[in-house]
Design a protein around this ligand. Sequence first.
Ligand SMILES: C[S@@+](CC[C@H](N)C(=O)[O-])C[C@H]1O[C@@H](n2cnc3c(N)ncnc32)[C@H](O)[C@@H]1O
Length: 260
Amino acid sequence: MTANHDLAEEIRAYWSKRSETFDLAFGHHIAPGPEAAAWAEPMRLLGPAPLKVLELACGTGEVTRLVHDLGHDVTALDFAEPMLAVARAKHEGKPRLRFLHADAQRTMEPDASYDAILCRHLVWTLTEPEAAFADWFRILRPGGRLLVYDGDWTRPAPWGRWAAWVLARWKRIAPDAYYDGALSDRHAGIMRRLPFSEGLTFDRLAPLLAAAGFTGIRELPHGPIARAQRATQGLRNRLRTRVYRRFILIAWKPARKDMP
Ligand SMILES: C[S@@+](CC[C@H](N)C(=O)[O-])C[C@H]1O[C@@H](n2cnc3c(N)ncnc32)[C@H](O)[C@@H]1O
C-alpha cells in the first residue's frame, strides 16, 4: 500500500465525517440571490447550455445546483459516499443530473466525453495533481473548458492577518459547534502531507495545467463572490471572507485545429 493511497483514504474519511455538518460552515452553502449569481457568473464562460458537464468533488451538491440550473447535463462526482448521500437527497428526482462515486484523480470516464469540467475547493487537497490534470485533459473534448474555484488555505493572505487574528480570539470565546478541535487537528495533519502543503495559488497551478496540455489559462476575479457574501452575512462571516487568498481559474483543451 502506498503513502499516497493511505493519505487519500485519510482524506476520504475526513470528508465523510465533515459531510454531517459541511453546509453549516461558512463558505460552503451558497445562498440564493446575489451570492448564487456571483458563483454562477464564471460558469457562463463554459459555453451555452446544454453542455455535458462534469463536476469534480461535488461534496454536498451546492455548486451542483448552480451549474445544473444553467441548463447543463451534469455528472457530479465525489469519492466520499456520505457527501454524495447529502447531495443526492438535495437534488432527488432532477432530470439531467447523475451522481458518480469515483476518484477525481482517476475518473475512469471515456476519452473526450465532457464539454466542460469544474470543481470548487478540490485541487488544494489532491494527492496526485499531475495525474489528475492529465486525466481531466483526457476526458475533456477538444475545445472543452476547465473551471477551478480554489484558494490558499494554508495561511492568511498578507491583508487577511488582522481578520484571522480577530477570528482566532472570537473562536476561543465562541467555538464553532460544527468544527471541533479533533477535526481541526485531522485537517492540519492532512494539509502538512499534501503536494500543495505550501498553499495553492493561481501562479502555482497554471504551469501544472499548461504541462498537462491546457491552454488559455487565466484568472477570473473572486471579489464579486466575497462582496456578495459580505452583503448578507453577519460580522464573523464577513471577517471570514477577508482571511484567505482565493482565485478562479479558467482554461481549455486546445481544439483539434490548435493542437500540435
Ligand atoms: C472542501 S470539500 C468541497 C465540496 C464541494 N466542491 C463544495 O465546494 O461545496 C472537498 C470535497 O472533495 C472531495 N474529494 C477530495 N478528494 C477527492 C478525490 N480524489 N476524488 C473525489 N472527491 C474528492 C471530498 O470528498 C469533498 O467532498
